[in-house]
Design a protein around this ligand. Structure first.
Ligand code: PA5
Length: 435
């Protein structure tokens, strides 16, 4: 499903053994967490893909709320509360949605405070919605008190509650039990899905946070979770030399220990750009903090960046290739494509030698091979992940593989992968200003 290669990562066998010896006890701990099927440990997001009760509950509510007439799933949430669902949707449909206007239902995300886009979304909805079964509004917030989320819902309510049919009956909440949003749900009788308390936003894609909107969008969440289960099986293997999450974490931490400070995930698949953004949050928010045993109190600083092939070769390649040791790269490519139309001879194929007879997918693969060869010859550190195809299963596998990788990085770096003290700092400051 995912083929992982770690050939150019520059970890010596001795270093590899040292890292591996530190990871194995942690892997054993994760095996216990997965076996417990309980949401008690900070790592309990790994229980989610096997939680058939929670998955069925999501499927049932999605079935009750959805019908063939459903046109729009409006997600109001930010960061960990919307990026996972958006990543999966964009990878499967969103990237080309503008050209596939007949595909329904569509995902509409409202995250930041932007009156221009809010206004246009409201106008669009008013114009296109004629009955209540054409839309669902899912308000997602773990804390239940995030400024942007509350403001977006307040705006939508104010601008459309009287214009869209049966507005209140189309609202579903997803939040922690006991949050202010949870209490509002009880008071107003909105259907409310619970997030397990121990699961943080950035690890929540396989909880109701990601699964409910995806199920409403007609995405097979059973297959998505099966893919995640596949990666949990691989990632909880103590054989770290064949465990992709462990190998990737070891390569990254080794690179950091030698002074490297940038991790670029280079997707040779434009549809995965939002997966890149989801991963950027997961990586930065989990690792950018002071290690528990640090004397200097200096925070870990590996900046995650996202590049898209081949587009960014035309904007970033000069910088990347002129500074061969300045970043660690994870290349992500897709092996199979459903599209195979070949370019027939024309004035246009004559412009570039060798173009005639190519498929678009073949061209991308050739460019990708050229880039990997260049990185190899310049001794740039990288690993590769090849996805078998775009599918729910493979996306679930990729996202779970990455969540385990980040947990392993945090363990090796000595940081808590599950808190975000500095994010809370600015949130408090904003609340103070608003008051
Ligand atoms: O991962 C995180 O903790 C953050 O990105 C949160 O998901 C984000 O700030 C939104 O918070 P909440 O879900 O509480 O509205």
């Amino acid at each position: 499903m995912l083929t992982f290669s770690s050939e150019n990562n520059k970890v010596s066998p001795q270093q590899n053994k040292r890292y591996s010896d530190r990871l194995v006890p942690y892997i054993k701990h994760l095996q216990e967490v997965a076996k417990s099927k309980k949401y008690l440990a900070p790592e309990s997001s790994i229980v989610l893909p096997n939680d058939s009760h929670a998955i069925k509950q999501v499927q049932r509510l999605a079935q009750t709320m959805s019908s063939r007439s459903l046109k729009y799933v409006i997600v109001i949430g930010i960061g960990g509360s919307n990026l996972g669902a958006k990543a999966v949707y964009d990878a499967l449909y969103g990237h080309t949605d503008a050209y596939m206007l007949d595909r329904s239902p569509k995902l509409i995300c409202l995250d930041t405070c932007d009156s221009a886009s809010l206004e246009s979304v409201v106008e669009y909805l008013k114009k296109n919605i004629t009955s209540e079964d054409e839309y669902i509004i899912n308000v997602i917030s773990k804390s239940g008190a995030t400024t942007e989320t509350a403001a977006n819902m307040a705006y939508l309510f104010q601008a459309s509650a009287k214009k869209l049919p049966k507005f209140n009956s189309r609202i579903v909440l997803t939040t922690d039990r006991g949050s202010a949003l949870w209490e509002l749900g009880k008071e107003k009788d909105y259907p409310t899905l619970e997030m397990p308390k121990q699961v943080g936003g950035r690890y929540s894609v396989f909880s109701a946070v990601g699964l409910f909107p995806l199920a409403c969008l007609g995405i097979d969440i059973g297959k998505l979770c099966k893919g995640a289960q596949w990666s949990i099986k691989q990632g909880l293997s103590e054989r770290t030399d064949s465990n992709s999450s462990a190998m990737s974490a070891i390569a990254l931490v080794n690179y950091y220990s030698k002074g490297g400070r940038i991790h670029d995930t280079f997707f040779f698949a434009p549809a995965l750009e939002t997966v890149g953004k989801w991963y950027r949050q997961l990586f930065a928010e989990s690792l950018g903090k002071v290690p528990s045993n640090s004397k200097t109190r200096e925070a870990i600083s590996i900046t995650p960046t996202v590049s898209i092939g081949s587009t960014d070769l035309h904007s970033m390649a000069q910088l990347y290739l002129a500074n061969p040791s300045s970043r660690f790269t994870t290349f992500v490519s897709v092996k199979n494509s459903a599209h195979s139309q070949r370019l027939e001879a024309s004035d246009w194929t004559n412009l570039v030698q060798g173009l005639k007879g190519q498929t678009m997918f073949g061209l991308m693969s050739t460019i990708y091979r050229g880039v990997v060869n260049t990185y190899t010859s310049k001794k740039m550190p990288f690993i590769t992940i090849e996805m078998k195809e775009y599918s729910e299963f493979v996306l679930g596998a990729l996202m779970q593989m990455k969540m385990l990788e980040v947990m392993f990085c945090a363990h090796l770096l000595g940081v808590n992968a599950f808190d975000q003290p500095h994010v809370e700092l600015y949130k408090k400051e904003v609340r103070k200003l608003l008051e």
